[in-house]
Design a protein around this ligand. Structure first.
Ligand SMILES: [Cu+2]
Ligand SMILES: [Zn+2]
Length: 176
């Protein structure tokens, strides 16, 4: 390779790295989670997390819920569903040491998501934005964390769980 070619190649490589860095800051990073039922349950689902500027668009569908009921829904601190009951995913993802609360209102765990509301057939389709999580970088990066669907509604008050009961489904959030 000539010196000039080598220099051009080096410049191109640096530019590519810089662009990749910008992409993860400005948007484009996404992650997904395939919810699998915990032992004795039938809840499944798929969820995507897409960075859009300073917010993350969370969307997906969960099936096998109690028809017409509300279900607590959180990112949990560990990407570990190995225990069978979902407890291996640990507590709510809480990198800012906030109290448990309601998504979008006051202070709350980064991992406190909008509760799922099942239709008459036990399915919930949802799409909402979160400003407290990120994808692919930062303190609140959800990649590698757990995702949990609970049996009961989240009361947004009981610490640190929201009293949302047993864990119906668990997933590890992975970069996509
Ligand atoms: Cu939870
Ligand atoms: Zn919480």
């Amino acid at each position: 390779m000539t010196t000039a070619r080598c220099l051009l190649a080096a410049i191109a490589a640096v530019a590519a790295t810089a662009l990749a860095g910008c992409a993860s800051l400005m948007g484009g990073s996404s992650a997904s989670a395939a919810l699998m039922p915990t032992t004795g349950n039938t809840t499944t689902g798929s969820v995507t997390f897409a960075q859009r500027g300073g917010k993350v668009l969370v969307s997906g569908e969960v099936r096998g819920l109690k028809p017409g009921a509300e279900h607590g829904f959180h990112v949990h601190e560990k990407g570990d569903c190995s225990s069978g009951d979902g407890m291996s995913a640990g507590g709510h993802f809480n990198p800012a040491a906030a109290p448990h609360g309601r998504h979008g209102q006051g202070s709350h765990h980064a991992g406190d998501l909008v509760s799922l509301r099942a239709d008459a057939s036990g399915s919930a389709r949802f799409s909402f934005e979160s400003a407290t999580i990120s994808v692919g970088g930062g303190m609140a990066d959800v990649v590698g964390k757990g995702l949990i669907v609970h049996r009961d509604p989240d009361d947004y008050a009981t610490q640190p769980t929201g009293n949302a009961g047993a864990r119906l489904a668990c997933a590890v959030i992975t970069r996509s």
